[in-house]
Design a protein around this ligand. Structure first.
Ligand code: SF4
Length: 356
């Protein structure tokens, strides 16, 4: 694994720029403590009575104004965590606290009126721009719907003004507002989805694999737009992705999830320059590179992620970790802070510091 400079790690979209440690505040907008999300499953691939542990023991602070990346393979629990932060899925244990400076909410204790208010403040950008937009509604009506449902605007003229304003910010023009979604490309549809998510002027946005369905060239365009909007509107954005190279382009901080646990988090530059957890190292190593030597140095991640309904004991990564020792099989490692500001969940992170 190349541990020297992050620019050496990845071509493609990750080459465009590394924003690294950006100007977000240190005051958290979202604070998560000891969060667990379990749900019962039965039938299909699962034995009746089994419990899926989608998230377990999550501690996380998302600073106000951050472009925060959440990365992991399919089945790592990142989408479930994102939905919990929007209060779109029930939690089993722990707490999620939201504080944007105007209001302060403990999500588990929201009353009806507070929940209504929270829905305005926290929004979701969907992954699939084709499925997310009703084919029977004009772009104007799609973007206006949250304003009307949440009764944010009082007159049609007021709604139209707000729709035009956010459409312009999302690089849609007046002519676009009269058309139906089928007339647009994937990138344009995702800009419509973004406008719809932002029209109610939220403070927190979860973008769940928001560019995964787009071509690479369009991904860069939509990512740049998201970054511009996040900075201009002072948003806090949680960007969920399975692709670390996409996260490198825009995020100022990255957290890595594996089987329902946060295994590492750090400012983006530090994470890319010196990952501390073997899983993060393997994910970084899997990013394609134009360096002909990279392939031989790459750490291959073998095997499948275990089932969250039947997680292994000890460190959840031990079944795939090339550095696993006896203790890894029996004791779950604590989340520890390293001197260079990573949070890492690995028994051996100190020993592995200089292993490349
Ligand atoms: Fe690998 Fe052990 Fe660290 Fe888990 S605790 S990541 S198995 S070395």
């Amino acid at each position: 694994m190349n541990d020297s400079h992050p620019d050496a790690l990845s071509p493609g979209i990750g080459d465009a720029s590394f924003s690294f440690e950006a100007a977000s505040s240190t005051v958290p907008l979202i604070s998560v403590r000891d969060l667990a999300i379990h749900y019962p499953v039965g039938g299909g691939l699962f034995t009746k009575g089994m419990v899926v542990r989608a998230a377990e023991g999550i501690d996380l602070d998302i600073p106000r104004g951050a472009f925060y990346g959440l990365v992991g393979e399919s089945g790592s629990g990142k989408t479930t965590l994102g939905r919990a932060l929007l209060k779109a899925t029930p939690i089993t244990r722990g707490s999620i606290h939201f504080d944007d400076g105007e209001v302060s909410y403990e999500l588990a204790e929201l009353g009806k009126a507070e929940l209504k208010d929270y829905r305005k403040r926290a929004q979701l950008i969907f992954q699939d721009p084709y499925a997310a937009l009703s084919p029977r509604m004009t772009v104007r009506d799609i973007i206006a719907e949250p304003l009307e449902v949440m009764k944010i605007t009082k007159t049609r003229a007021e709604t139209d003004e707000r729709v035009r304003e956010i459409a312009a910010k999302c690089r849609l023009n007046l002519e676009h507002l009269r058309r139906f979604p089928h007339a647009f490309s994937g990138g344009q549809r995702q800009r419509i989805s973004i406008a719809r998510a932002l029209v109610a002027n939220p403070r927190f946005v979860v973008a769940d694999e928001a560019v995964a369905a787009l071509d690479v060239s369009i991904q860069a365009d939509v990512l740049n737009l998201l970054k511009t909007l996040q900075e201009d509107l002072g948003l806090t954005l949680l960007f969920i992705s399975h692709d670390l190279s996409v996260v490198a382009h825009t995020c100022d901080h990255v957290a890595v999830m594996y089987l329902g646990r946060l295994v590492e988090s750090a400012p983006t530059r530090r994470l890319f320059a010196g990952p501390r957890h073997p899983y993060t190292k393997a994910l970084l190593s899997a990013i394609p590179s134009l360096d002909p030597d990279h392939h031989s140095k790459a750490q291959k991640l073998t095997g499948e992620i275990p089932s969250p309904a039947n997680p292994p004991p000890g460190c959840k990564f031990h079944t795939r970790c090339p550095y696993a020792v006896e203790i890894c099989k029996t004791e779950e490692p604590p989340l520890e802070q390293t001197p260079d500001h990573h949070m890492v969940k690995c028994h051996r992170w100190k020993e592995l510091l200089y292993v490349s």
